[in-house]
Design a protein around this ligand. Structure first.
Ligand code: ADP
Ligand code: MG
Ligand code: MG
Length: 481
């Protein structure tokens, strides 16, 4: 594929000389290890050790204007997604076809239907969201939304330390004058305040917060920092870490529909697991999710928020007129529409057929996305054509959306990975920005709506995806240019 290759200049002149590079990497690795910029090793798992998480040595340039736009739009997007999650007819209409062919989304949807029929026990919902962006380089580096995460939005904690790491590196290299262009990042405290505000709103003495975690947490630093932050600022709040299976075994609902664990009512349930099929190996995990959803606990996310975060909803919001329906026709609506890239349904109707034809004509312009989270599920490049030819006449195509491929600008840099040889090669990188948002409210009233911080993830320019937990990307922080 002939790609235009827009570029941004690195923040300092490169390459670095081998000796200086090796020295600074040794310092940076130790800084990262000693400040919890870490993860557990997937290949040699032990609970007794962490490795540093892959990171980019130098902060990546990011256009200031587009960064500020993303920051300013976050509360608008929080409110939009809050409205979407509470619009029953819209969710039903939007997800209907995908449910037929996507069992996982159907299971979530059925829980949503069931609790609505029984009567919602807790009208307050907590959203810890992250809106993700790539810049579209060929279009003058304009901000384009990749997706909106409503469940287990991660790396807010670790990336809160990243500017300090990057500042240290830059100063050690003698370029301290540019650190003024690195924005502060208070994502960790902002996200935790969301949890403690929801806890206070619940207002039941002796209540606890439950973090729903995987059987094995590789991304342990990011999760634990939330616990430590809350423990420091609010020593009165007890936090339990439980898997869905433990919730199944150890929890119950009392006659007031309170979720009880270890004889204490649960105020807030914060999901760091439960976003992908493998996290529900048996019916027990689904039963646990349903029990939590039936309870008075404030859920982060509620099942409605979870459904609102699907790719299908993202695609439906880009359909002409839909955004206006939620937000009116003002200038802000235009600004939101401006961050959308082409998004198309693959349903069996005229527009779905047109989308299939368009993608078959030039497949490399598109990405195929199923209703999944956590990275590694999308289809790119020539595979888009093969997948569409295979699915063209099958109902399974309705489980996917078609999205225009965003082509971010490249920047030269160094990635530091555990176990990799030092000095690393100078490579072409691209960065994905995430902005964190917190919202607390009911269908009719919003108690709190904030933008709380950011994260930057950077990957090799020729890699399709850059999930850090998935082992593909590296942590980074922006240097505004
Ligand atoms: P997930 O919920 O699994 O994280 P995403 O929509 O974020 O799904 O896709 C995963 C990754 O794929 C993104 O982080 C990004 O690197 C890449 N990606 C997704 N959509 C696009 C797109 N339209 N253009 C270019 N890359 C994309
Ligand atoms: Mg996601
Ligand atoms: Mg993503």
């Amino acid at each position: 594929m002939s790609q235009p290759e827009p570029r941004l200049a690195p923040c300092i002149p490169l390459p670095l000389e081998d000796k200086a590079l090796t020295e600074i990497i040794e310092k940076a690795k130790d800084w990262a290890l000693m400040h919890g910029v870490g993860m557990r090793d997937k290949n040699h798992f032990t609970k007794d050790a962490i490795q540093f998480a892959p990171f980019v040595l130098l902060p990546s340039p990011f256009p200031r204007q587009e960064f500020n736009k993303a920051i300013e739009l976050q509360t608008v997007l929080n409110e939009l997604m809050h409205k979407v999650a509470h619009d029953e007819a819209f969710l039903q209409r939007t997800l209907q076809n995908a449910l037929e062919v996507d069992e996982f989304t159907a299971n979530l949807y059925n829980i949503w239907v069931k609790v609505k029929e029984e009567g919602i026990a807790q009208s307050v919902t907590l959203g810890l969201f992250r809106s993700d962006y790539l810049m579209h380089g060929p279009d003058n580096n304009k901000l384009k939304q990749v997706e909106f995460n409503t469940i287990a939005s991660s790396f807010g904690a670790i990336t809160s330390h990243l500017p300090t790491l990057n500042r240290y590196i830059i100063r050690q290299l003698g370029h301290g004058d540019i650190v003024k262009n690195m924005p502060e990042n208070r994502a960790l405290s902002g996200l935790c305040t969301g949890i403690t505000d929801a806890y206070d709103l619940f207002g039941v003495p002796n209540a606890v917060v439950v973090f729903v975690v995987e059987e094995v947490s590789y991304n342990i630093c990011d999760q634990r920092f939330h616990e430590f932050e809350i423990a420091e600022k609010r020593p009165d709040i007890t936090i339990f870490r439980k898997t869905l299976n433990e919730i199944y075994e150890e929890s119950s609902l009392n006659d007031k529909k309170q979720l009880i664990i270890e004889e204490r009512p649960v105020a807030v349930v914060y999901y760091r697991s439960g976003y992908e099929p493998a996290q529900y190996p048996t019916q027990r995990e689904w039963d646990a999710r349903l029990r939590v959803e039936r309870s008075t606990a404030i859920k982060c996310p509620s099942i409605g928020y979870h459904l609102a975060g699907t790719k299908k909803v993202q695609q439906a919001l880009a359909t002409p007129g839909v955004l206006e329906g939620f937000m009116g026709a003002g200038g802000v609506t235009g600004r939101v529409r401006d961050i959308f890239t082409g998004l198309y349904s693959l349903d069996f109707d005229d527009s779905g057929e047109r989308a299939v034809e368009m993608a078959l004509a030039d497949a490399t312009r598109f990405v195929l996305k199923p209703q999944r989270e956590g990275g590694g599920h999308n289809v790119y490049g020539a595979d888009v054509r093969d997948a569409l030819l295979r699915m063209r006449h099958g109902r399974e195509r309705m489980a996917y959306i078609l999205m225009e491929r965003i082509l971010p600008p490249l920047v030269k840099g160094y990635v530091v990975r555990p176990g990799a040889s030092v000095p690393p090669p100078l490579v072409d990188l691209v960065s994905e920005l995430g902005i964190f948002g917190v919202i607390i409210g009911t269908k009719d009233k919003i108690y709190s709506n904030k933008q709380v911080g950011h994260m930057l993830r950077t990957k090799l320019a020729d890699a399709n995806e850059g999930g850090v937990a998935a082992g593909l990307g590296a942590l980074d922080s922006p240097l505004l240019v």
